[in-house]
Design a binder for this molecule. Structure first.
Ligand code: NDP
Length: 261
């Protein structure tokens, strides 16, 4: 099935590991060229070179912190310089938090607001004009099931991901006339290296797999984590010409974790 992605240019923030890396590989497998963004320059450059070589496409690595205005500007100008602009923007960079409302500082709230919300705002301001010049585009936001079904131990994550979901909806209405589709994806438990690292820290080498299974048993109806690749298929579909009537929506990919309709 031709997904119509060959020679498109896709920006993926947080593209050097985990979900972002799987989405990058999914798009690369369809022939899209990539702008891969993350802070650690060694990791982003290594993955950019590996993906370019494996799929025979062009990948431009940008080492930038999208929680800052300067970092977002580096992404916008990087896409412009490397490819003359972008057709697809995947706002994926993000991370869990761990706090109580009583104890978290203003600085912590501000950091997550900048990372989960302002990055999407700033990148939309810079990339939407590029998309308009190219005749349209796709923006996807990776929020979380926590945007609507919170986990008690990360109120900042829940709140900022919820705001990202609303931003996605609002942006979609602003750009629908420009042939730009905007959607949000809310994943459930996806087994990325970060989950494994945390489980190892909490339960040790002998206990980490049982710890992860315990998390899956508690939260996911399917009683397992999803893989980054399972989730990436969904992102690739929403970027493709097979999803041309989808905009302004939020889609859950969560193994049955959501408890409401
Ligand atoms: P990982 O921690 O595995 O990867 C995060 C990626 O984002 C890395 O490439 C990291 O690279 C990059 N990154 C982090 N902060 C910044 C920053 N400030 N600027 C630029 N890049 C940054 O995360 P996951 O793959 O698990 O998660 C990806 C997204 O999916 C997140 O938004 C997360 O909230 C969401 N999600 C994840 C779920 C899961 O179960 N894994 C479930 C639901 C949602 P570097 O450190 O070099 O910057």
């Amino acid at each position: 099935m031709d997904l119509g992605l060959r020679d498109k240019v896709a920006i993926i923030t947080g593209g050097s590991v985990g979900i972002g890396l799987a989405v990058a590989e999914g798009l690369a497998a369809e022939g899209a060229n990539l702008v891969l963004v993350a802070r650690n320059p060694d990791r982003v450059d290594a993955e950019a070179a590996r993906i370019a070589d494996k799929y025979g496409i062009l990948v431009h690595g940008v080492a930038a912190d999208v929680a800052t205005a300067e970092g977002c500007n580096a992404v916008i100008s990087g896409a412009q310089k490397a490819f003359g602009g972008a057709d697809i923007l995947i706002n994926n960079a993000g991370t869990g938090s761990n706090e109580t409302i009583q104890e978290a500082t203003d600085e912590k709230w501000q950091y997550y607001w900048d990372l989960h919300v302002m990055a999407a705002v700033r990148l939309a301001r810079g990339i939407v004009p590029q998309m308009k010049k190219r005749g349209g585009g796709v923006v996807l936001h990776n929020a979380s099931i926590c945007a609507v079904q919170p986990l008690w131990y990360e109120p900042i994550y829940n709140t900022t991901k919820s705001a990202l979901m609303m931003f996605s909806k609002t942006l979609s209405t602003e750009v629908v006339g420009d042939n730009i589709r905007v959607n949000c994806i809310n994943p459930g438990l996806i087994l990325t290296p970060d989950w494994v690292k945390t489980a190892r820290q909490l339960a040790g080498e002998d206990g980490y797999q049982a710890h992860l299974q315990g998390v899956a048993d508690e939260y996911a109806a399917m009683k397992r984590f999803g893989t980054p690749e399972e989730l990436a298929h969904f992102f690739v579909f929403l970027c493709s010409d097979k999803a041309t009537y989808s905009t302004g929506s939020t889609y859950f990919v969560d193994g049955g974790m959501l408890k409401t309709i």
